[in-house]
Design a protein around this ligand. Structure first.
Ligand code: GLN
Length: 394
């Protein structure tokens, strides 16, 4: 039977809502995955690798050529210098990189701090390391945090702070002033910072993505995690990576070696091509996402949701209180079944989802979808929302 340490964890909300969407044939704006594919050249490069017999284990820490491409891009974009030999590691997705960072650095007696709402893998990895997770709230509607609350969460046991910017689910992009405050605390209290920057390319003007590792004195205490999934619209390839000083890199490579050992070899070859794409690719990606963002935002506002235009990511968090004042998890299920549009209750991103859903009136919609898919969601809303609301026993 299941070990007791896992008992408080459930099947992920992303799997649950995708399943429900399928059952009710709803337009799935829940789980965040694009319904379009990344560039053809990337696929060709992986196919070529398979055909030319690059099908055995890769080096555990990633093909050197891929690690070089990752390091070059980080240098071009942010003037951050990482040595591909001992400071860059390829993982099977950002989630594995996050997991290996937490279990590689933390142990019983340590404390980990993160902002809430947070990505659902953070508590599981922290639990397995034996450390305790403490949260600092991002406050709706603009998801700011109170520096006093962060200070109060820090103790001599604080080992690691988990920072996710651009932030899932809120769409918040942490501002320089906020990062400066966090960095100062990390230096004063001597803890590490793991940044989950998987949405780094999905930032909309005038917001700007700033890796905290670029702030003075921070590179030496930061583990920077990113991924190719969102940037190249291939979430199923699960090629992520982490950059960190050599001593930290050594610590996070060990759990990777003994779990996954190495990520799929031909897919790593494919991603070398991806990371060497020119700037035009990124401009096009952002332009297309900017259009999808406006389309979904307009649709949600038209339907009577209250929401802010997100600064980053491919998610919009919307308040449904004016439409139907019920817990967000009930609303998400109702919307999927009765209206035919699936979303994710934001309470799922809280330490105690049950408790959070009692007051949360926020659901997350993804716009990593073709404009036709967003239009199909609009049709569902137009046809079904009014009648569904009319028959709901308020
Ligand atoms: N990152 C995706 C999201 O937030 C989900 C990934 C997953 O399902 N594991 O929707």
């Amino acid at each position: 039977m299941q070990a007791s340490r896992w008992q408080k964890f459930e099947i992920s909300i992303f799997s649950k809502m995708s399943q429900l969407a399928q059952t009710y044939q709803a337009v799935n704006l829940g789980q965040g995955f694009p319904d379009f594919d990344g560039p053809q050249q990337i696929k060709e490069a992986a196919i070529q690798a398979i055909k030319s017999n690059k099908n055995q284990y890769a080096p555990s820490f990633g093909i050197l050529e891929l690690r070089k491409a990752i390091a070059d891009r980080q240098k071009d974009n942010f003037s951050l210098d990482y040595n591909p030999q001992d400071e860059v590691t390829v993982f099977s997705g950002g989630t594995e990189a996050i997991f290996c960072t937490i279990v590689g650095l933390c142990q019983a007696g340590d404390e980990v701090i993160t902002f809430e709402p947070f990505y659902d893998s953070y508590p599981a990895a922290t639990m397995l390391s034996g450390a305790v997770l403490k949260t600092v709230s991002l406050k709706a509607p603009n998801w700011s945090f109170d520096i006093a609350e962060l200070k109060a969460a820090i103790t001599p046991k604080t080992k690691l702070l988990l920072l996710n910017t651009p932030n899932n689910p809120t769409g918040k992009v942490f501002k320089r002033e906020e990062l400066v405050q966090i960095a100062q605390l990390a230096k004063d209290h001597d803890f590490y910072v793991m940044t989950d920057e998987v949405y780094e390319e999905l930032v909309y003007t005038p917001a700007r993505h700033i890796p905290i590792a670029t702030l003075p004195g921070m590179k030496e205490r930061t583990i920077l995690v990113s991924s190719t999934s969102k940037t190249f619209s291939m979430t199923g390839w699960k090629i992520g990576y982490a950059m960190a000083p050599a001593a930290l890199t050594k610590a996070i490579r060990i759990p990777h070696q003994f779990t996954v050992f190495c990520s799929a070899t031909p897919l790593q070859y494919g991603m070398i091509t991806a990371l060497r794409l020119s700037y035009e690719y990124y401009h096009l990606l952002r332009d297309e996402y900017a259009e999808r963002r406006v389309a979904l935002y307009n649709l949600l506002i038209d339907q009577g949701f209250q929401c802010l235009m997100p600064e980053g990511t491919y998610f919009i968090v919307a308040n449904h209180k004016n439409l139907l004042d019920i817990p967000d998890n009930e609303f998400a299920i109702w919307l999927t079944k009765e209206v035919g549009v699936a979303c994710i209750p934001v309470s799922a991103f809280y330490a105690d989802p049950e408790k959070a859903s009692a007051t949360s009136r926020y659901v997350r919609f993804g716009f990593c979808k073709d404009l036709q898919t967003i239009a199909a969601a609009a049709e569902k809303f137009k046809a079904n929302m009014k009648p569904a609301l009319a028959k709901h026993p308020k």
